[in-house]
Design a protein around this ligand. Structure first.
Ligand SMILES: [Fe+2]
Ligand SMILES: [Fe+2]
Length: 192
């Protein structure tokens, strides 16, 4: 399937704001990929599709992961929005005919991140936060750090997620904390 066909199909699935966000993440991912020498097509593909599972929440999400045999943890079962990466990966494979493992993994992990992310995974994770529609405290720093040091940007984005989740008073996924700590350790090693 060409990226144009994927975009047409996705536009019918997502609401207008979510679709525009996806296009923005695709474009920001491409800029980052160009900057860091990653594969541009993979970055565009993972960027446009990263939120393709976003319509699944609550029981709909729980049913979907049961159907595909994904064993969700307790936090994911309660905070079902966390599952849209896993569901998105499956939709990318089955509906949008994506076969590239790197692209599928980038979609899978974009929500929480993970320790030891690949370059493409970091690009999608960061692009999701810094695309032009986003606005949060400290975003200008994150936009800058994304093009200076991706690990710095991952830490900034994880910090901002943690702050947001704590302020909201909902469950924080352990992987977000692991991502943050791992990337911070990477940074420290670079510094000392
Ligand atoms: Fe997402
Ligand atoms: Fe997103």
């Amino acid at each position: 399937m060409t990226i144009e066909t994927i975009m047409q199909k996705l536009k019918l699935e997502l609401d207008a704001v979510r679709y525009q966000h996806s296009v923005n993440v695709m474009e920001t991912s491409e800029l980052l990929a160009r900057h860091y020498g990653a594969d541009l097509n993979k970055a565009r593909l993972a960027g446009i599709l990263h939120d393709c599972g976003k319509n699944y929440k609550g029981d709909k999400a729980r049913e979907y992961i049961q159907k595909i045999g994904y064993e969700a943890d307790r936090v994911e079962l309660i905070q079902t929005r966390l599952l849209h990466g896993v569901i998105g990966e499956h939709l990318a494979k089955t509906v949008y005919e994506v076969t590239d493992t790197e692209v599928l993994n980038a979609i899978h992990w974009h929500t929480t991140g993970r320790p030891g992310m690949t370059l493409l995974e970091k690009i999608i994770y960061c692009a999701d936060y810094i695309e032009p529609l986003r606005n949060f405290q400290g975003i200008e720093n994150s936009r800058k750090s994304a093009f200076e040091d991706l690990d710095r940007c991952v830490v900034d984005c994880a910090d901002s997620t943690i702050r947001y989740i704590v302020d909201k008073g909902v469950l924080l996924h352990g992987k977000t904390v692991e991502t943050r700590n791992y990337s911070l350790m990477l940074l420290k090693k670079k510094i000392s």
